[in-house]
Design a protein around this ligand. Structure first.
Ligand SMILES: Nc1nc2c(ncn2[C@@H]2O[C@H](COP(=O)(O)OP(=O)(O)OP(=O)(O)O)[C@@H](O)[C@H]2O)c(=O)[nH]1
Length: 378
């Protein structure tokens, strides 16, 4: 497989995969922003029937326009209420994306019904498709962009086919106000929609990579402090809502400074990566390892304190069995860690209290001689 094919496949996989928790959270705030923009735009649409009436439009036209604008406003309010309940409804971004595209098609159908060329040559309403595609970038989910692009191309392509069929002859598609509708300009519009979707997908992909980088430690590729500060409060919310246990273990490598001093900074880096690789293979489902800073790590376990202690202590013993070799054939060097564990809810209800308590117990473990795990006071 060539590099280009591999990159394209990677891009496709990343865009079609369910975004990770951090991206979903960012996407939920984006959905709320889109819902607010929709409410403002829908409010402005209420003015159009009035303008039409003042400009001499018929009462029937004004009433149809008013009914359409009111319907859009009702939906806009419903989407706003649902978007405020952050991530409660997984289907919401897909439903609102479908709504945004389909409402554009509905308006174009109404225009075409009134005057065939206006349905296909109205620039302002057609831009509704482009906007519906572009705002999916705020949802940070490539799947909604793909949905918007596919729906816009599909629905508009169908409308073009139906209008050409109904018109029968090219003369019926020429208008003084809207110009001539031709196959050429309609194909261009379809291509533009596909291009808008492709560019938006690139934006979403790059955004996802940036967020991933900001939450990842460069040396060990573990989630970092930013990730923890963002994700742990959400994990606590889930435990508070659904029940279950959660413990936080703070781990600090013992006398790590000596490794740097004796073997050098590069060997110190390799030692850190060695520790992470050794710990990682022993992580079980629901356990998360985070690099907090320097030689300090946090492990999040969906277990009560007692079981968490057993797990962390077992990991401590396993690390002892995997000494670090600074160079091939060199003297293996044992690396140990001390750890303090705090459990939710008894040791703290929020992230900072849990981390503070875990850190206090970690200091106790250091004072008591290192290479041990402490999960209780006194
Ligand atoms: N090689 C390397 N060293 C690091 C990195 N980050 C922090 N360190 C070093 O890790 C050491 C951490 O030292 P401390 O935690 O203060 O103390 P310690 O020597 O580990 O001793 P105790 O924690 O008291 O057991 C410091 O010497 C830092 O310079 C890194 O990314 N790479």
């Amino acid at each position: 497989m060539s590099d280009a094919t591999r990159s394209l496949r990677k891009l496709g996989d990343a865009l079609l995969a369910r975004p990770d928790e951090m991206m979903l959270e960012i996407g939920a705030t984006g959905e709320l922003l889109v819902a607010r923009i929709r409410v403002v735009v829908a409010g402005l649409l209420l003015l159009l029937p009035l303008v039409n009436n003042l400009a001499g439009g018929t009462v029937a036209e004004t009433l149809i326009g008013l009914a359409g604008a009111v319907t859009i406003n009702v939906f806009a309010q419903v989407w706003l209420v649902l978007a405020r309940r952050r991530r409660r409804f997984r289907w919401l971004p897909f439903a609102t994306t479908t709504f945004d595209v389909t409402i554009t098609t509905a308006v174009l159908v109404a225009l075409a019904h009134n005057h065939l060329p206006s349905g296909l040559n109205s620039m302002v309403v057609w831009c509704g498709y482009v906007l519906a595609i572009l705002v999916t970038a705020l949802r940070s989910d490539g799947r909604t962009t793909l949905l918007a692009g596919a729906l816009a191309v599909g629905q508009y392509g169908l409308l073009v086919a139906v209008v050409f069929l109904v018109a029968g002859s090219p003369e019926r598609l020429i208008s003084a106000e809207y110009g001539a509708v031709t196959v050429g300009n309609q194909v261009q519009r379809l291509i533009l929609l596909a291009v808008a979707a492709a560019i938006t997908m690139m934006v979403v992909y790059r955004m996802q990579r940036l967020v991933e980088m900001s939450g990842t430690d460069g040396l060990t590729r573990l989630p970092n402090r930013t990730w923890l500060m963002h994700r742990l409060p959400q994990m606590l919310d889930v435990v508070k809502r659904d029940g279950g246990s959660l413990s936080v273990a703070m781990l600090d490598l013992d006398h790590f400074k000596r490794i740097n001093d004796e073997l050098g900074q590069h060997a110190g880096d390799r030692a850190l990566r060695h520790v992470v690789t050794s710990l990682r293979v022993h992580l079980e489902q629901g356990e998360q390892l985070v690099r907090l800073s320097g030689a300090e790590f946090v492990m999040v376990l969906r277990k009560p304190v007692g079981t968490a202690w057993e797990r962390v202590d077992a990991i401590r013993r396993m690390l002892l069995e995997h000494p670090f070799e600074a160079e091939r054939g060199g003297m293996p060097r044992r690396i140990t860690f001390s750890a303090g564990i705090a459990g939710f809810p008894q040791d703290g209800q929020d992230l900072s209290r849990l981390l503070r308590r875990a850190d206090q117990r970690l200091q106790t473990a250091k004072l008591e001689g290192r290479n041990r795990v402490v999960a209780r006071d006194g």
